[in-house]
Design a protein around this ligand. Sequence first.
Ligand SMILES: [Zn+2]
Ligand SMILES: [Zn+2]
Ligand SMILES: [Zn+2]
Length: 372
Amino acid sequence: MAPAPPPAASFSPSEVQRRLAAGACWVRRGARLYDLTSFVRHHPGGEQLLRARAGQDIGADLDGPPHRHSANARRWLEEYYVGELQGDPQGSTETEAIASGETQETDSAIEPRFEAVDWDKDLVDWQKPLLWQVGHLGDKYDEWVHQPVTRPIRLFHSDLIEALSKTVWYSVPIIWVPLVLYLSWSYYRTLAQGNVRLFTSFTTEYSVQVPGSVFPGLFMLGMFLWSFLEYIIHRFLFHMKPPSDSCYLIMLHFVLHGQHHKAPFDGSRLVFPPVPASLVIACIYTLLRLILPEAVGGTVFAGGLLGYVLYDMTHYYLHFGSPHKGSYLYSMKTYHVKHHFAHQKSGFGISSKLWDYFFHTLILEEPHPKTQ
Ligand SMILES: [Zn+2]
Ligand SMILES: [Zn+2]
Ligand SMILES: [Zn+2]
């Protein structure tokens, strides 16, 4: 049985108008009102598209074309529910339904209503830190973690550990870009001296001299290799399905990526924290230095590191930025939101779709024609 709807506030058309005039973005679906003001910038279909709907009924837009909104998107919308519109929205039968108190039945007759997340009935207690709780969700974890919510996540009980577990996005370029510049400069100088040779460990006779002019190529190779690593990490590490009987693997999955899918607009844990990142980065550096001459491996590494910084910044921007319709980032944002809301087993590319093409995990465009 569906839980009784919470007592709803009601707003007269003039009250709604006043809020619209004050710049708020309220929309309605039948008589149900939603305040999307804090969401417009995040809207995957673009901010402008949503602002243009302010004050209007978005029922038809939810079904598209151009885009049929996912079940998660509809559930998400319910989190912005503020109350009912009084009076006659459009002279439709909905009015009588409201008058006789039958709004619920009318809505569910049209299509299944998505319940807003009932914070008191969710599988976890949102008043308490989540990490330990999600470890015990067992086989319910996978479905739960893929139903995104608007509220931020608290992982730990301790304020200190909680604060340390968060990373502001700009710490990534502040820490890593100077290292990229320093390494690039020093390895370029080494290469330019003309003393670097490849294959010296096999033979001194046929070793190949590496000229300084290959620096851009090696750097680009590093960026390219990163894009592959980005795909592999996201697909096979972040989206590894933890066994439901392993509390610790579920917790690990939640910390690594699950929390980001549960709360996609919690920006505090979106980029990779520098301390664990530096361990991974040090391993990759060591590996490259072992298999390639110092300046060659180092240049590839510098390119890869820049690729990583660009990836993390792109990811943050796809969540919080509002790219212009038609731009590359706009298409990547739409693509990434599909990964979050509807297609969690495909669409792993964040800075590009290249490896999704290659490994057949591309999220296909919707079949119906784009009309807007
Ligand atoms: Zn939309
Ligand atoms: Zn993901
Ligand atoms: Zn994301």
